[in-house]
Write a protein that binds this ligand. Structure first.
Ligand code: MTE
Ligand code: HPA
Ligand code: MOS
Length: 771
């Protein structure tokens, strides 16, 4: 099998049930861990009494903040997140008490006997209220270029607007889970479902008050993460570790779905305001935007997420005068966190909406306005933060997609359809994505690997990345096979473990394969150079040559040969055996750091991204004017992954990411009651896309023939960018609603475009038509 065609684990192991998740691992004498959490959004704890509960049968240990041996902290960046609440709670779902029980029933029973009394404090649950009170969680940030004030005065047209984008629940299939197994002395082994095992190790060590070398964190795979396990998997691991430490028994915690949804953070909702100035042609001259995010009760990753939102505020468009202000506010909700796109979607939504407004204002096709404003190839190619957009694929992709989707003709057909149909309207939209690849916190762009070759010629690869369904291990498998020139069958990718590859970054920012792939390649190059020395000696003898240069040695087809004599081969396995007999080390680490990237957050300037990934989509919807519901008739996607590491996996990421985005822009609405209780905490009220929401016609293609020089096997990252292609659906719905008023009025609905929101917007437009 070709190394680029390797099948994802899910193709066989997931469907046959062989894949192992945390909750499948059972340790001897294992206890059930349960978290008792706050029922108040903001309150002082006036009474906390666990005595009665502790006396119950089957209860082994009950812990409060007072029982934490180390630091009562689990904030990943800022120390503002107690592991267990002390005197005060700041959101509903905040952990206060931990229970270790012999059975689930006992744990439930004990919970009833734990007395917690609260004195209510003033709460802020609404983002607008937080904005009004200027309840900032982190200092505001600005990115600015050109002269915004002047150009807003001189621009022929200026439109202004506001946009709300909603929160989003990760809905990973495997809820937050951890199993903590105490070892000898202070040792603690954590089986975690974490995107960030090194940080899980740090937090566990800190709460236990022990050093990191006592803690091993192992991640086999996650049953989905989507950013929700970048920091917040640390929590459940820390809780399990505290209980295991107290009881000297293994403790597993596996959150129930409803608890998971209530306790954990979501995608940050944003409220944004903008002004956009343009000329008669539709060329954007100036853009001023303020992005306000709801961080929830603690900082978590809110700074970096806000930063990425700001760095994507202009999306694919060159705008000479830009001012982007970013603010994150504290509210009494669970701390919001990473979610596929990491703020990028929230930043881009505003400009995409604004461009639609420009098109409606000028009575032009929105795709035309988009094209007109794309970053240029050799000019008009500097971003507001000063990075030059290189290898711009936007124009090529636009031309290809416009043709393959038959955009122009369908647009005409839709107009005709809308003239003859009163109660059904169709809409279409094309939207681009330009997504910056790299962690914007520059030092995080590093990765390590550990590669062993055994004497039978088989290879074990370890890397610092984690598998969450995105197919990272399959991609690394393919990379290793290609770099070693051996069949994939000889290679095994083993579990991620902090004792094998230390100090890793989270598998996030879509850069898992870029960073870890390069680290693995680095290790393989080191091993190959050692094997080459042995091969040179052997081949010189076989070929009867005096000299043979190392660069003439080829590793391919499970063998090694000189490029001048491909017929005289040494089997890989034999060469390995010989190297072993020659006392040559067959094991090494590898390392990689992304070159040349930096970003100064205070100045809002730098080169934060190694490169950009591009995508483009055209979506067509059909709207039922009487109910506000719409269905997705067709989507065409063209996506740029450079030279694909694995086309099947990349297509899966594009389709999955897009559909996850469709959920965010259409049906996934999160609601809280007035006290801060999450109302949408299970699938009956929280509507993620189902098989019915996939476009009736779904054409997804990879852009081919455009290698990405300088990255692993010339590929590009793919994990997050496709999510933002879903703006094509949101704006196609807008286009259909706009058709209700013959495109005379601006449809006013925010994101998500739920049937309810759309219906209200239709009613508003029909009201205007009647007047
Ligand atoms: N795909 C699946 N199936 N499951 C996931 O949890 N997470 C996404 C994306 N694709 C995710 C996924 C997110 S948020 C990121 S950052 C990337 O995968 C991380 O993996 P990568 O860097 O290896 O692409
Ligand atoms: N993406 C994802 N996770 C991160 C980032 C980022 O840019 N920065 C810090 N953590
Ligand atoms: Mo992804 S949101 O960077 O884990």
């Amino acid at each position: 099998m070709k190394s680029t065609n390797l099948k994802h684990d899910s193709a066989f192991k997931h469907v046959t049930g062989q894949s192992v998740y945390v909750n499948d691992i059972k340790a001897n004498r294992q206890l059930i861990g349960r978290v008792v959490y706050s029922t108040e959004a903001h309150a002082r704890i006036s009474l906390l009494d666990t005595k009665a509960a502790l006396k119950l049968n089957g209860i082994v240990s009950i812990l409060t903040s007072k029982d934490i041996p180390g630091k009562n902290q689990m904030g990943p960046v800022v120390d503002d997140e107690p592991c267990l609440a002390e005197d005060e709670v700041t959101f509903i779902g905040q952990a206060i008490v931990l229970i270790a029980a012999e059975t689930e029933e006992a744990a439930f029973e004990a919970e009833k006997f734990i007395l917690i009394e609260y004195e209510e404090l003033e709460t802020i649950l609404d983002l607008h209220q937080a904005i009004a009170k200027n309840n900032l969680i982190t200092p505001p940030r600005i990115i600015e270029c050109g002269n915004v004030a002047e150009t807003l005065k001189s621009a022929p047209h200026v439109l202004s607007g506001e946009l709300e984008t909603g929160a989003q629940e990760h809905w990973y299939l495997e809820t937050q889970s951890a199993l903590a197994i105490p070892g000898e002395g202070k040792e603690m082994l954590i089986h975690a479902s974490s995107q960030n095992p090194a940080e899980t190790q740090t937090i566990v060590a800190e709460v236990l008050g022990i050093s990191k070398n006592e803690v091993d964190v192992e991640v086999r795979r996650m049953g989905g993460a989507f950013g929700g396990k970048e920091t917040q998997a640390n929590h459940v691991a820390a809780w399990a570790a505290l209980l295991a430490n107290a009881t000297h028994r293994p403790v597993g915690i596996h959150l129930f779905r409803d608890d998971d949804q209530k306790i954990t953070g979501k995608r940050h909702r944003f409220f944004s305001k903008y002004q956009i100035g343009f000329n008669n042609e539709g060329k954007i001259l100036v853009y001023s935007v303020e992005l306000n995010s709801d961080a929830g009760s603690a900082t978590d990753l809110s700074r970096a997420i806000l930063e990425r939102a700001m760095l994507h505020a202009e999306n694919a468009y060159f705008i000479p005068n830009v001012k982007i202000v970013g603010k994150a506010y504290k509210t009494n909700l669970p701390s919001n966190t990473a979610f596929r796109g990491f703020g990028g979607p929230q930043g881009m939504a505003v400009i995409e909406n604004a461009i639609d407004k420009i098109a409606r204002f000028l009575k032009k096709d929105s795709a035309e306005i988009r094209y007109l404003n794309f970053y240029g190839i050799n000019e008009r190619n500097i971003t507001p933060y000063g990075e030059t957009v290189l290898n711009n694929r936007l124009h090529i992709m636009f031309d290809k997609l416009l043709a393959s989707s038959n955009y122009a003709e369908r647009k005409k057909a839709i107009n005709t359809f809308n003239i003859v149909h009163e109660f059904v309207k169709r809409g279409i939209s094309l939207t681009p994505v330009k997504f910056g690849i790299s962690f914007t916190t520059a030092f995080l762009n590093q990765a390590g690997a550990l590669v062993h070759i055994y004497t039978d010629g088989t290879i074990a690869i370890n890397h610092g990345g984690t598998e969450m369904g995105q197919g990272l291990n399959t991609k690394i498998h393919g990379i290793a096979a290609a770099e070693f020139g051996v069949s994939p069958e000889f290679i095994k990718i083993s579990v991620t473990n902090t004792s094998k590859v230390p100090n890793t970054s989270a598998t996030a920012a879509s850069s898992g394969s870029d960073l870890n792939g390069m680290a693995v390649k680095n290790a393989i190059e080191i091993l190959k150079s050692r094997l080459t020395e042995v091969a040179v000696t052997q081949l010189k003898e076989k070929l009867n040559k005096e000299t043979l240069a190392a660069d003439q040695i080829i590793f391919s087809d499970n063998s090694i040969y000189a490029d001048s004599h491909p017929e005289i081969k040494i089997a890989f396995r034999d060469l390995v055996k010989q190297a072993y007999l020659n006392q040559i080390s067959l094991s090494t680490t590898g390392f990689y750091k992304t070159p040349g990237i930096f970003y100064n957050r205070e100045l809002g300037k730098g080169n934060p991204f190694y490169y950009y990934a591009y995508g483009m989509a055209v979506s067509e919807v059909e709207l039922d004017v009487l109910t506000g519901e719409s269905k997705l008739l067709r989507t065409d996607i063209l996506h740029d992954v450079g030279d694909s590491l694995n086309p099947e996996i990349d297509l899966g990421q594009i389709e999955g990411g897009f559909i996850q985005g469709v959920g965010w822009v259409t049906t996934e609405e999160i609601k809280w009651d007035k006290r801060g209780n999450l109302l949408t905490h299970s699938p009956d009220t929280y509507k993620i896309p189902t098989v019915n929401d996939i476009p009736r016609i779904f054409n997804v293609e990879l852009l081919t023939g455009y290698p990405n020089e300088g990255s692993i096997r010339k590929s590009k990252a793919v994990g997050e960018p496709p999510l933002m292609l879903a703006f094509s659906v949101w704006l196609a719905i807008k286009d259909a609603v706009s058709a209700v008023g013959n495109h005379l009025f601006e449809p006013r609905f925010s994101l998500p475009a739920t049937a309810e929101a759309v219906l209200l917007s239709i009613e508003e437009i029909r009201g205007k038509l009647r007047n």
